[in-house]
Write a protein that binds this ligand. Structure first.
Ligand code: HEC
Length: 176
C-alpha cells in the first residue's frame, strides 16, 4: 500500500510540471495590445476615485464602506460624514493611516474623500449640507502630521458628536 502511494506521488511529481505549464509566465510573451508600456505608479495612473477606492481602501472598508467592525474596521457607510461636523474631524479623515499612507497623491486623495462624502456615496447623507470639498493643497497640509494617539483622538471626536445628539451606530464603534 505504502509503496503504491509512493509510486503515485512519483508519477504526480513527474507530470505536474506539464500540468502547470500554462501558469508558468512565459518571459518571451509580448504584452497585450495597449499594455506594452511600463505600468505607471498609482499616483500617476489617472484612475477614477471609485477605482482608487477599490484598489486602496476596499480591502479593509469593503464595497460600500460597511467595514468589518468585529475586526476593528469601523463602518463608514451612512456615518463618516459626521466627522466633518466636529472640531478636528476634517483633518482626521485625511490623517487616518489608511488614507494618509495610501499610494494616492494629494489631489487623488482629496477627490476620493469628496467622492466618499457625497450624499449618494459612502457617507449616504451624513456629511453636512454643502460641505466644502477637500482640495489637494488642504490634504497636503493635513497629511504631513500624524495623529499621536489615534484611538483616543477618535474617541474625542465621537464624544463631540454625542454631545451634538448625533446617533453613533454600533458598527462605527469597533472594539479596540
Ligand atoms: C489596512 C486596513 C485599512 C485600509 C487599507 C484603509 N483603511 Fe481606512 N481605516 C482603517 C481603520 C482600522 C480605521 C479606524 C481608525 C484607525 O484605527 O485608523 C479607518 C478609518 C478610516 C476613516 C475614518 C473613519 C472612522 O470612523 O474612523 C477614513 C475616512 C478612512 N479610514 C479612509 C480610508 C481611505 C480613503 C482608504 C483608502 C485610500 C482607507 N481608509 C484604507 C483601516 C483601513
Amino acid at each position: 500500500m505504502k509503496a503504491s502511494i509512493r509510486a503515485i506521488s512519483l508519477i504526480l511529481l513527474l507530470v505536474s510540471p506539464l500540468g502547470e505549464a500554462r501558469v508558468i509566465p512565459d518571459t518571451t510573451q509580448s504584452p497585450a495590445p495597449g499594455n506594452e508600456g511600463e505600468r505607471a505608479p498609482l499616483s500617476q495612473a489617472g484612475y477614477s476615485s471609485a477605482v482608487n477606492y477599490q484598489l486602496q481602501c476596499l480591502g479593509c472598508h469593503l464595497t460600500n464602506g460597511e467595514g468589518s467592525p468585529r475586526n476593528g474596521i469601523p463602518q463608514m457607510a451612512g456615518f463618516v460624514g459626521n466627522f466633518l461636523k466636529v472640531d478636528g474631524g476634517r483633518a482626521f479623515l485625511v490623517r487616518v493611516p489608511g488614507a494618509s499612507q495610501s499610494a494616492l497623491n494629494n489631489q487623488q486623495l482629496a477627490d476620493l474623500l469628496n467622492w466618499m462624502l457625497r450624499d449618494e456615496g459612502i457617507a449616504g447623507g451624513s456629511a453636512p449640507e454643502h460641505f466644502r470639498p477637500y482640495t489637494g493643497e488642504e490634504v497636503a497640509t493635513y497629511r504631513k502630521n500624524r495623529i499621536k494617539d489615534l484611538p483616543e483622538f477618535r474617541q474625542g471626536l465621537i464624544d463631540q458628536m454625542k454631545a451634538m445628539g448625533i446617533q453613533i451606530p454600533k458598527g462605527a464603534m469597533p472594539p479596540p
